[in-house]
Design a protein. Sequence first.
Length: 270
Amino acid sequence: MFEIYSLISGSSGNASLVTNGKVHILIDCGTSGKRAFELIQSTGISPESISAVLVTHEHSDHTKGVGIVARRLRLPVYATAGTHAAMDIGRLDDGSRIVIRPGTELEIGGIGVLPFSIPHDAAEPCGYSFFFGNTKLTVATDIGRVTDELMDNIKGSRSIILESNHDIDMLRFCEYPYPLKQRILSDIGHLSNEAAAETALELVRSGTKHIMLGHLSDKNNMPEIAKMEAYNKLTDNGVKIDEDVTLQVAGRYSVTRFSRSGEYGQPRHI
Ligand SMILES: [Zn+2]
Ligand SMILES: [Zn+2]
């Protein structure tokens, strides 16, 4: 088994966990240390057995608990140089900050890790793909837009957590101040449901079997709307949901595991 769990997902906090059954890697930790431990435990994985924490970028919805968890579990923290410099996670043991470079693959306990650049308004943000056997898994959120380069990095993933942040009309008509709306809508902001749906279609054409929409805005989106947008885009283009691809939305506050319908029997949720 080689799997990603979304622990929490949304503008209120993000964390996920990649495991091959033996080696477990935490990606981001945008919640309290206590809550992070509870979430990890609820997947059946012991927090003490985690090997590393990877950080995508310094925003607090991704880093709130990184320092606490890393200190408690004595974990190495992997991030780009820009993210290390910009994130506020307190002191770490000497040698536990590991600098990674987008485009340069590394290995953690036999799992290949490839960080890739994402367009987002942070110091040096990245997404991550993971490789084990012939399988590629990806976490790609906080994306202003899907560039050709980004598409090249995420295509061919068997499973992906893909940002589907906002409904454009809900965002346009909401009470956010104009500059914030502009920031979210910009090329270095967040991915709309519409853009996520387009991307989902390209991913399915590249062989993706499992799509989990994540990082939904709590003000300008709803799980049903995000899912419907992608569902319509896929089915309008002849994709059979649950047969060709499974489509899910990551829970905001609870663990979501990828559905295995059509592959390993009925989907199972935690
Ligand atoms: Zn961000
Ligand atoms: Zn974020």
